[in-house]
Design a protein around this ligand. Structure first.
Ligand SMILES: Nc1nc2c(ncn2[C@@H]2O[C@H](COP(=O)(O)OP(=O)(O)OP(=O)(O)O)[C@@H](O)[C@H]2O)c(=O)[nH]1
Ligand SMILES: [Mg+2]
Length: 323
């Protein structure tokens, strides 16, 4: 049996091993571990909330790991404590990718003021995001004041990460015109800051052009946030160019939201959505596991599949089960 009070104390004292252990507890699927994790987080809750929560996305190869290394070391050199978390439900982060990260994040990985945690191993996106949200709280309780949450630019994971951070940064490649066509409108709507990476080695003017086109694209979109107009930056993670501007822009974003009372309002909305998302997931699981639902479901599914029964009628018959 783990001593949760002791673990809590050690996390607050910023003991790395304790933080790692606490995250392992949060990531465990064992019900007794989950109960302990809840007790731990409840206890630590008053010590959370003080970090800048930054989401980071971009297609594979855009330079996320390289940027985290450059940006992270830039910040630790200025006295910040930086935690890096990842959301990758596909668990595509196989041996090769992690090995690559070791070289790309070498300095940050050995920095005493940085803490890097790879994505929880594959699970449902909901499961992975729960673990990441709770890990974020643990990192805050351990005194990390900048939390970077990385996600690969595929599917729903971007939306989930955007919903747990204060500011969302999208990394893009220099390459204007055609490539811009491929950028999902949905991604632009989530994005507060675009960082056009790899503006180096003769790519500077292409990057500038890409930035200009992106600004135009943002201009065409109806503003999704009354407090902030998305900002497009260019830089080079490889050459550590643009890290100061990125940090400044994140600071401006924070100030703008704070001034409008929007930062705490945004976090409050996120918490409430998170609450209901967890209830919904659990209620549905319990419903589907119910004996009477299980007994009915097979026949109803095949009747619906064959077109013998409208889905609405089948749904009603399931919903009529008292559970
Ligand atoms: N020229 C140049 N190359 C860069 C820059 N940033 C990253 N790269 C290179 O691009 C390649 C991919 O960089 P990563 O940082 O691994 O990209 P990633 O987005 O983390 O990729 P995944 O982890 O696969 O999603 C590496 O070879 C980097 O050295 C940059 O600013 N300029
Ligand atoms: Mg990477």
């Amino acid at each position: 049996m783990m001593d949760i009070d002791d673990l809590s104390l050690r996390v607050k004292r910023a003991e790395r091993a304790a933080l790692a252990r606490a995250i392992t507890l949060v990531e465990s699927t064992r019900p007794d571990h989950q109960a302990q994790a809840r007790a731990l987080i409840t206890d630590l809750m008053p010590h959370t909330g003080k970090a800048q929560r930054i989401g980071l996305t971009g297609v594979p190869g855009v330079g996320k790991s390289t940027l985290i290394e450059a940006f992270g070391t830039h910040l630790t050199a200025r006295g910040h404590k930086v935690a890096v978390l990842a959301v990758d439900p596909s668990s595509s982060r196989t041996g090769g990718s992690i090995l690559g990260d070791k070289t790309r994040m070498g300095a940050l990985a050995t920095d005493p003021n940085a803490f890097i945690r790879p994505s929880p191993s594959a699970g449902t996106l909901g499961g992975v995001t729960r673990k990441t949200r709770e890990s974020l709280l643990l990192c805050e309780a351990a005194g990390y004041d900048v939390i970077l949450i990385e996600t690969v630019g595929v599917g729903q994971s971007e939306t989930m990460v955007a919903d747990m951070v204060d500011v969302f940064v999208a990394l893009m490649l220099p390459g204007a015109g055609d490539e811009l066509q491929g950028i999902k409108k949905g991604l632009l709507e989530l994005t507060d800051i675009v960082f056009v990476n790899k503006a180096d080695g003769g790519n500077e003017s292409r990057a500038k052009r890409a930035a200009r086109d992106l600004k135009a694209a943002f201009h065409l979109l109806a503003p999704s946030n009354p407090h902030w107009n998305p900002v497009v930056l260019t830089g080079s993670a490889l050459e550590h160019q643009g890290m100061d501007t990125l940090w400044e822009t994140i600071g401006q974003h924070r100030k703008a939201l704070d001034a409008a009372g929007e930062l705490s309002a945004k976090r409050a909305r996120q918490q409430i959505r998170w609450l209901w998302a967890m209830v919904e997931g659990e209620v549905l699981d319990r419903f589907k596991a119910h004996r009477d639902v299980k007994a009915l479901a097979g026949a109803l599914e095949s009747a619906v599949a064959k077109g013998d029964l409208p889905a609405s009628e089948a749904a009603q018959r399931l919903l009529d089960v008292k559970f």
